[in-house]
Design a protein around this ligand. Structure first.
Ligand SMILES: O=P(O)(O)OC[C@H]1O[C@H](OP(=O)(O)O)[C@H](O)[C@@H]1O
Length: 330
């Protein structure tokens, strides 16, 4: 059955990073499932509808590998579908309701993280952030509105320059932002009071996977005894890491670093573009979630609370695989 063009557009948007940011891609994924359900034009056979939705789920999940928020959003919606019974209309409604609930809760979580995180920002703080994270920005903007923040250093975040989005986002809220190259982080750290970054995925041991360069920021902060806060919704915790699975690190096109002509001219030079890195829990002071502030070592508790229901399935070989196996043969 044909996949609605709007769904393909969203999938393409995530792949090409027109839609980016772990939270945003999760909401876009939920939206894609909702649109797919609304535009289902198959028969009245509920099984056909379930298969169709599984196909869409697999397509959406395959767009980017690292941010667990993406499969977590899809699993949330598909789990609700798997528990629903009835005719196609009822199943469609289950998908639409679950997708809408995920999106709403996700947006509320960002707001809540802002309120909780802002309490941890010192008075007259100079804050440094890396990449563009809506969760981290929520903390910074809320703290700024409380009169706590003096200025924010925002890294460029090469090669994709998400720092420019941060610059725009924070400036629009009146926050004084200073853009620095990634390589200036250690030099500037002497002036910084607190680091606030986002997360794409948090593992069960509390390690944080975030935009490439985050671990260097954390290392420089650690050396300068500057506290590092990670702002992350609980759907950024990875249930698969509970059974020892590693978080796949996305490698993007070298052309994000150098132009194709340069590559053609320097055939003997390899250009690597890893998009994420892993910051060990020892370099993180606290993770700010919508449920509260936790030490990274307590990531396991968040996982058990949020995904406890899925533990048995995860142990059997991965939740995603079990939910979407209908389409694995395709
Ligand atoms: O969900 P929010 O907090 O907005 O962003 C979380 C993280 O997602 C982004 O990944 P990318 O730019 O999509 O590769 C960045 O690594 C950012 O820190």
């Amino acid at each position: 059955m044909e996949i609605p063009s709007k769904v393909l557009e969203i999938a393409e948007g995530i792949k090409t990073m027109r839609i980016r940011g772990a939270g945003k891609i999760a909401r876009a994924a939920a939206e894609a499932l909702k649109i797919a359900a609304e535009n289902y034009k198959g028969s009245n056979d509920p099984e056909e509808f379930r298969k169709y939705m599984s196909r869409i789920a697999n397509l959406v999940i395959s767009t980017r590998p690292t941010a667990v928020s993406l499969p977590n959003a899809v699993i949330y919606v598909m789990y609700n579908l798997s528990r629903a019974s009835g005719n196609v209309e009822e199943l469609r409604e289950a998908v639409v309701n679950a997708a809408e609930k995920f999106i709403e809760e996700s947006l509320n979580a960002i707001k809540k993280i802002g309120e909780i995180g802002a309490r941890r920002i010192k008075d007259n703080a100079v804050v440094l952030t890396h990449c563009h994270s809506t969760a981290a920005a929520s903390v910074i903007i809320t703290a700024y509105k409380m009169g706590k923040i003096v200025k924010v250093y925002s890294t460029e975040t090469r090669p994709f320059y998400q720092g420019r989005i941060t610059y725009k986002h924070l400036s629009e809220h009146g926050v004084p932002v200073i853009q620095i190259p990634d390589s200036a982080v250690r030099y500037i750290m002497n002036e910084v009071d607190q680091v606030v970054v986002g997360a794409d995925t948090i593992a069960s041991n509390g390690a944080v996977v975030n935009k490439i360069g985050t671990s260097q920021v954390a290392l420089a902060a650690h050396e300068a005894r500057v506290r590092v806060f990670v702002a992350a919704e609980t759907y950024k915790f990875s249930p698969a890491t509970l059974i020892g699975e590693l978080v796949p690190i996305e490698y993007r096109s070298p052309t994000e670093i150098v132009p194709q002509e340069w590559i053609d001219k320097h055939r003997n030079v390899e250009v690597l573009n890893p998009a994420f890195d892993v910051t060990p829990p020892e370099y993180i002071d606290a993770i700010i979630t919508e449920q509260g502030v936790i030490p990274p070592q307590s990531a396991i508790l968040v996982l058990l609370e949020r995904f406890g229901w899925a533990l048995e399935k995860i142990k059997q070989g991965g939740l995603g695989k079990l939910l979407f196996e209908e389409t694995l043969e395709e």
